[in-house]
Design a protein around this ligand. Structure first.
Ligand SMILES: O=C(O)CCC(=O)C(=O)O
Ligand SMILES: [Fe+2]
Length: 225
């Protein structure tokens, strides 16, 4: 996929969990920020997701392909405005395929059960300076295919743990703008979260007028309909 640049090496944080710093070129990052801005206009706006306990998430989220809310996927955003979410564009699915190939090798390293990797949903999270995300598993998907995470804007401290519990062992790492993080295989159900944002670390040229951090995760839901 054109526009990607392996700038900063590759670290395997846990088995099947790979961090590639600076994977997205600055131009590709700007394109993704512009795309997020367009998606945020609708048909379903970006919103603070309501949690079953009555609270709301501090990050704001929008979905493509399938709408996620705690704790299931639907085609329509029934907890927002009832509209059907926008399609996941093929170019974004293609970027996900390139990401998996880069992280694991062309054959998916045994971590992609249904090759080629074909994500059918994207969750876009926007974090203001005080937003964070508690330790959780991504487990509403019925596929064991990896999750692809792309970060834009402000850096954050990302905590990547283990599949057994929210507790230690975990690794804290910095996810900066353009970084790719892929987790699959034995790490597919590892707990993870965003501990803190580092406000003001984004390059202003990225086009995030009010700063903040964007994260796009691509997933295979394993759902039909
Ligand atoms: O913002 C991130 O880096 C992680 C987002 C995440 O874990 C999620 O959307 O499930
Ligand atoms: Fe997650």
């Amino acid at each position: 996929m054109a526009g990607t640049a392996a700038a900063g090496g590759r670290t395997e944080v846990a088995p099947g969990a790979v961090h590639l710093p600076g994977w997205l070129s600055p131009e590709r990052q700007r394109e993704l920020v512009a795309a997020c801005r367009a998606w945020a206009r609708g048909p379903v706006p970006m919103r603070h997701t309501r949690l079953p306990g009555g609270g709301t998430m501090s990050a704001r989220t929008l979905c493509l392909g399938w709408h996620w809310r705690p704790y299931r996927y639907t085609r329509t955003a029934d907890d927002v405005n009832g509209a059907r979410v926008a399609e996941l564009p093929e170019w974004l699915a293609g970027l996900g395929r390139a990401a998996v190939a880069e992280a694991y090798g062309e054959d998916g390293g045994g971590y992609v059960p249904e090759a080629p990797y074909a994500p059918d949903t994207a969750l876009v999270n926007y974090y203001g300076p005080d937003a964070r995300m508690g330790m959780h598993q991504d487990r509403e998907e019925r596929s064991a295919a990896p999750v692809v995470s792309l970060s834009l804007g402000d850096s954050c401290v990302f905590r990547f743990g283990n599949p057994e519990s929210r507790g230690r062992p975990w690794t804290d790492l910095e996810l900066g703008s353009g970084d790719l993080f892929v987790f699959g295989g034995p790490s597919r159900l590892a707990y993870h979260g965003v501990v803190r944002i580092r406000p003001g670390t984004a390059d202003p040229a990225l086009g995030l007028a009010d700063g903040g951090r964007l994260n796009i995760t691509l997933r295979v839901t394993g759902l039909t309909g």
